[in-house]
Design a protein around this ligand. Structure first.
Ligand code: SF4
Ligand code: SF4
Length: 473
């Protein structure tokens, strides 16, 4: 067993209000530069929809991530030899129109316009060409409309569902999906780079681009199935979410998590067995990957794990931080959070608690054993999004979330204890109280557990070059 540490984030989709506040500080701090106008390291998509860039989830179109060939993992877009031969032509890259052509407005005209009869208006101008443009797509174009009528047919999460059913008003549904780089355990971007410019930090698993080594081949862009590496047309280099590592090293959480209005984000360290990454990513079918992924995450309270971790040289404060981590509880102990498209086989480390979308009369009369099937968002849709189509883990997570609500409601509002609901969800009252605390009340220091990088621990927290963006960070 080779124990390593990894930062992970959990997002509770039940609480995301789609305000996009998370995207703004990220944009202002990391991609508010020439060449990076179209980049959103953190973006918030509405589901259903095809997202940003369009159809990023459809690997028949974009050919990102891994596939299994003869029981072995292969990059879907071909290996290094294939890339070497085709290095000047990469047909799998998304086009700028699939992201969106970035634009701004001639704001000065509003201020400088001379007095006139009608209020002045301003036109959008492309930030690439400076020419006026007709707006046809943007990073959250599908917001509020959920894009269903226009783009629903292109949403792969309707697999085994008839999407036109959800065009009817009484069936329509939507929720928000905030997305950032997954800082995967088995990152396809790293394996795709012919220059070896992408790397995963030894000490905390954050995936970075070495700007000095990047040659702008863009195979990381096409290799990432989540489309979370971007090409900067000004510098000719690749850029991606850096998990705010300068903040994280100082014990501060990422900007997206810190600014989240809905308080839906949790950040912490996980311990995992690095020797079993390949085994987990090579599980025979897509739906076997999630349990295999869970299996390599180690219990930080297990004395044997702690002993092995200490023997491997992990400092005591890192092991202690992993034990206090909110993400281990949400991901493994309580199995509330699920990975995004595990079938891409990259073992993503940003996890999502599925949205409960209650239709209140069904949830509150939980006596009906099938109330989960009457929630507004179809279970099949969530399973296609989070568990490669396997519905059981989604059902379990939703039942537990619902049990927390009903139990706490019975206790606080109705002044009685509804123990029946706990039996049905298979959890104890003690666990429910802890879930409630973390999901509803947790303070900043409970949601974000980030050990600082002590100066004397140079052996563990080696500063690896950096992701320097022209002195802007
Ligand atoms: S999500 Fe991030 S770490 Fe995973 S493959 Fe894409 S860029 Fe790499
Ligand atoms: S800031 Fe939080 S609540 Fe708002 S869109 Fe982002 S993740 Fe959702």
């Amino acid at each position: 067993m080779k124990i390593k540490t990894q930062y992970a984030m959990v997002l509770n989709l039940d609480k995301c209000i789609g305000c996009h506040t998370c995207s703004i500080p990220c944009k202002n701090v990391w991609t508010n530069r020439k060449g990076a106008e179209y980049m959103w390291f953190n973006n918030v998509e509405s589901k259903p929809g095809v997202g940003y860039p369009q159809k990023w989830e459809n690997q028949d179109v974009h050919r990102g991530g891994w596939r299994l060939k003869g029981g072995r993992l292969k990059l879907k877009a071909g290996g290094r030899l294939h890339k070497g031969i085709n290095i000047f032509h990469n047909p799998d890259l998304p086009t700028i129109d699939e992201y969106y052509e970035p634009w701004s407005y001639e704001y000065a005209k509003l201020v400088n316009s001379r007095r006139q009869r009608h209020q002045p208006s301003i036109r959008p101008r492309s930030q690439l060409t400076g020419e006026p443009i007709h707006l046809r797509w943007g990073p959250n174009w599908e917001d509020d409309l959920a894009g269903l009528g226009e783009t629903g047919a292109g949403d792969i999460n309707f697999k085994n569902l008839e999407y036109t059913t959800y065009l009817q008003f009484r069936h329509v549904f939507m929720f928000w999906l905030p997305r950032l780089c997954e800082h995967c355990l088995n990152p396809a971007c790293v394996a795709s780079c012919p220059s070896g410019a992408l790397y995963k930090r030894e000490e905390d698993g954050i995936v970075l681009v070495d700007q000095e080594r990047c040659r702008g081949w863009r195979y990381c862009v096409s290799g990432c199935p989540y489309k979370k590496v971007y090409f900067n047309w000004k510098t000719g280099r690749a850029e991606k979410c850096i998990f705010c590592y300068p903040r994280v090293e100082a014990g501060l959480t990422t900007l997206c998590a810190h600014s989240c209005v809905g308080r839906i984000r949790y950040v912490g360290l996980l311990l995992y067995d690095a020797d079993r990454i390949s085994e987990a990513a090579s599980a025979a079918s897509g739906c076997e990957i999630y349990p295999a992924h869970l299996d390599i995450l180690l219990d930080p309270d297990d004395p044997a794990v702690r002993e092995t971790a200490a023997a491997a040289g992990l400092p005591a404060h890192i092991i202690a931080a992993a034990a206090r981590s909110p993400v281990y509880k949400l991901i493994k102990a309580w199995a509330l959070a699920l990975p995004l498209h595990p079938e891409f086989r990259t073992l993503p480390m940003v996890w999502y608690i599925p949205p409960l979308s209650p239709v209140s009369q069904h949830v509150e009369s939980s006596q009906a054993p099938d109330f989960i099937d009457h929630l507004r968002i179809p279970i099949t849709y969530l399973a296609n999004l989070l568990t490669a189509g396997e519905e059981a883990p989604v059902r379990q997570a939703l039942k537990r979330l619902s049990a927390v609500r009903q139990y706490m409601r019975s206790q606080r509002v109705e002044n009685r204890i509804d123990a029946q609901v706990l039996d049905k969800a298979g959890i104890s009252s003690d666990t429910v109280e802890k879930m409630y605390r973390l999901l509803a009340l947790a303070r900043l220091e409970e949601r974000f557990v980030l050990p600082t990088a002590p100066i004397q621990d140079d052996d563990i927290f080696i500063r690896q070059g950096g992701c320097g963006y022209g002195g802007s960070v």
